[in-house]
Design a protein around this ligand. Structure first.
Ligand code: FES
Length: 139
């Protein structure tokens, strides 16, 4: 049973285990990918494109167990090239299929090309405030 640890920046790590072939497939990402596992265990992993390898919001940095993941296909490599905070250990959570124990860390930022304007998505939505003249300013 693969053990999957998700390291968050702002809360304790979460570790889950699953049995191959026993997860309910919820239709997002490849079966038994990080995204599929996260959704089965109620762990929030952004997936703006629905797991179709079109955004990079599911970007994860693999800290252990890279050899326990499926090989990277060209479509994932091409999309991953556009990810914020790209590392040599980066994978897309919707495309990397888990075959053994792994530890993955959420990056500080993700880039969401699906959102209008292709904005960089931080941990929290951008909140706009108004200055004394009534013009919007960034908070
Ligand atoms: Fe969009 Fe993985 S969810 S690329």
């Amino acid at each position: 049973m693969p053990k999957v640890t998700f390291i968050h920046r702002d809360k304790p790590a979460q570790t889950v285990e699953f049995e191959h072939g026993k997860l309910e497939y919820l239709g997002h990402g490849l079966p038994e990918s990080f995204l599929d596992v996260a959704m089965n265990f109620g762990i929030h992993l952004e997936h703006a494109c629905g797991g179709s390898c079109a955004c990079t919001t599911c970007h994860l940095i693999i800290r252990k167990g890279m050899e326990n993941l499926s090989d990277m296909e060209e479509v994932e490599a091409d999309r991953l090239d556009t990810a914020w905070e790209l590392t040599t250990s980066s994978r897309l959570g919707c495309q990397a299929v888990i075959k053994g124990d792994v530890v993955a860390e959420f990056p500080m930022y993700t880039r969401n090309y699906v959102q209008e304007g292709g904005a960089i998505q931080l941990g929290q939505p951008e909140v706009k405030e108004k200055d004394p003249k009534g013009d919007e300013v960034r908070s």
